[in-house]
Design a protein around this ligand. Structure first.
Ligand code: CMC
Length: 382
């Protein structure tokens, strides 16, 4: 049987999903049919989670009950907080600390022994994880700063509570709304690398914690979620060296470097999430009067557009603008990818449950190019 090799699984369909669709030709993203621009403007992260997990937008009553159930699960055990402190003291990076902490959370999971085919139990576990990840991340950031963790406040939204736990102060309305929008637009994105990783693990009927840990690992890489931090590092590098951003991007191109925040496997035009974040950055810059990051990103995008990259399908993706938005909220750079995970965990869980409900083990093959008839030589004779 001859099988076509698809490097990087490009264009391969491995599952059906009702969750989200990326139209890379026109730059459109929908969650269950709803346009991301409308959701970004009109729906909270909790509403989007409900949509992804329950199949329809909630009524006000449904949302209130759902948000209260989620908020009730935010506390993490003191032992987990102690481990977070140990990881912070050891200088662990936040994505690795998150991965370790999620693994430890499973030891405190009340339904750890639930039947893998009890999908309601998987959903409840997923809800606990989604609720606790912000607590873990905020505690880690504070531990690094020598600060005690701040207890979650169940009266605050998912976004507002995270910012509160991070800083110890209730966020203003603009920060909360901006952060909530960032969570909303990162929640799901078809079978991206981390979601596919979660799905592969889920397809063995392993527990949801393993899927989420795998998702965190995949998201951490610079070709995926790690790109948002890389973009911000570039912007700081440009700023600190007093370089013109166009000079920087020219030199990077001449050196054959990839520009972080540009290019995408599916989008051939500008990512709609990048457009939403660009607009947000513009608003934030105008209201603060500090347009530096906006100026730099605009200059880099303008140069690459002139050079024909964008026309050739290497256009800004979501990571090109998210870092500057977080930076203008005072969030440290290495927390950007963990924040991506804090949102995308909702999509990972939705995809794993959807897949497991009609499961088939995911098991592709590689074309073997090694020798076929090597003769074995015992170790002492080699
Ligand atoms: N800068 C310069 N050239 C690029 C870039 C870039 N950022 N991205 C792709 N290319 C070129 C690449 O060099 C190749 O050219 P050639 O055919 O001449 O060798 C061509 O475009 C195709 O690249 P590819 O690696 O085959 O494309 P892919 O679909 O495998 O990669 C990608 C997609 C996202 C890994 C890639 O565009 C990239 O490395 N981008 C930079 C990292 C980044 O921003 N990642 C975030 C992705 S979106 C958010 C997320 O999922 O986390």
């Amino acid at each position: 049987m001859s099988v076509e090799l698809k490097r990087g699984l490009e264009g391969v369909l491995v599952a059906e999903s009702e969750l989200s669709h990326v139209d890379g030709e026109v730059g459109k993203l929908v969650y269950r049919g709803y346009d991301i621009e409308e959701l970004a403007r009109g729906a909270s992260y909790e509403e989007v989670l409900y949509l992804l997990w329950h199949g329809a937008l909630p009524t006000r009553e449904e949302l209130d009950a759902f948000a209260a159930d989620l908020a009730a699960e935010r506390d993490v055990d003191d032992d987990v907080l102690d481990t977070i402190q140990t990881l912070a003291d050891a200088g662990e990076c936040p994505m690795a600390a998150l991965r370790t902490a999620v693994s430890m959370l499973s030891a405190y999971e009340p339904e750890v022994d639930a039947d893998p085919e009890d999908f309601d139990a998987t959903r409840r576990k997923g809800r606990r994880l989604t609720a606790k990840i912000p607590t873990v991340l905020a505690a880690f950031e504070r531990a690094r700063q020598g600060e005690e963790p701040v207890d979650p406040d169940p009266d605050l939204s998912h976004a507002g509570n995270f910012l509160y736990m991070l800083t110890g102060t209730e966020p203003d309305a603009v920060s909360e709304e901006t952060f909530d929008m960032a969570l909303t637009i990162h929640a799901d994105h078809g079978l991206n690398a981390s979601t596919f990783t979660a799905l592969v693990i889920g397809s063995t009927m392993a527990d949801i914690y393993s899927s989420v840990i795998g998702g965190i690992g995949a998201l951490s890489g610079p070709l995926h979620g790690g790109a948002n931090q890389d973009v911000m590092e570039v912007l700081y590098e440009v700023d600190e060296s007093n370089k013109d951003p166009v000079e920087w991007v020219k030199a990077a191109r001449d050196a054959g470097r990839r520009i972080p925040g540009f290019g995408h496997r599916v989008y051939k035009v500008k990512d709609p999430r990048a457009k939403i974040l660009e607009e947000k950055l513009r608003d934030l810059s105008e209201s603060s009067g500090d347009t530096k990051w906006l100026d730099y990103t605009t200059a880099i995008e303008g140069y690459l557009t002139e050079q024909g990259l964008v026309e050739n399908g290497i256009a800004p993706n979501v990571d090109f603008y998210s870092g500057s938005v977080y930076d203008s909220m005072g969030i440290p750079m290495d927390m950007y990818t963990p924040i991506f995970a804090m949102s995308r965990v909702g999509g990972w869980i939705a995809h794993v449950v959807e897949y497991q409900e009609d499961n088939r083990l995911i098991r592709p093959r590689a074309r073997y190019t090694g020798p076929k008839d090597a003769s074995f030589v015992p170790i002492d004779e080699r």
